[in-house]
Design a binder for this molecule. Sequence first.
Ligand SMILES: CC(C)(COP(=O)(O)OP(=O)(O)OC[C@H]1O[C@@H](n2cnc3c(N)ncnc32)[C@H](O)[C@@H]1OP(=O)(O)O)[C@@H](O)C(=O)NCCC(=O)NCCS
Length: 171
Amino acid sequence: MASVVTRSARPEDAYLVHALYRATPGYFDVISIPVPTRAEVRTEIEAAERDDRRHIELILERDCPPLEDPDDCYDAVSGCWVVAYLDYKVDYPEAGDATVNLLLVHGALHDRGIGRLAVRDLERRLTGSVRRVLASIYGRNPAARRFWEGLGYEFAIDARPILDWYSKTLE
Ligand SMILES: CC(C)(COP(=O)(O)OP(=O)(O)OC[C@H]1O[C@@H](n2cnc3c(N)ncnc32)[C@H](O)[C@@H]1OP(=O)(O)O)[C@@H](O)C(=O)NCCC(=O)NCCS
């Protein structure tokens, strides 16, 4: 995959996000919560829709990804497969910032460059309107720290034990 395609998630897409969550249980172990139910996912997307600053996006792949059950991730709306989820909020915590609440790549599709492409695509879209991008990392998640550091993000705010913030200033 050379670039990513995204679309906004709508409440009726909750089943697709839920499929991603179920395929990535390790993340929920890290943050010590059960995998959210489909109803909880829908509530979250509905909450994001009411907040002009918050964006929940599906990251799509045009070719069928190498999964045991690719149908779980098939998006009939776009004719693509959903391979990752991105939740971010602009003008948060400060005006001119954007904070990634969660980037989650399907658990069977890690280390294929999807996360990197998703972040680079987000930075490109935000350049010009956002000065600083932050990533909030919940719980003890050294893999996520290494991922964000590898993309040029630096430790910014310590709110342990709940979360760390990493940040990068856009050109
Ligand atoms: C963190 C996450 C988004 C990375 O996505 P990914 O698609 O697997 O990452 P990529 O393949 O794009 O890797 C990009 C770079 O990060 C590095 N990286 C990715 N996961 C890593 C890990 N677990 N440990 C160390 N480095 C890692 C890769 O080696 C790669 O570096 P390189 O370009 O120098 O080779 C993914 O593992 C994930 O969804 N984790 C669960 C949710 C989570 O923790 N999200 C982060 C909090 S916002």
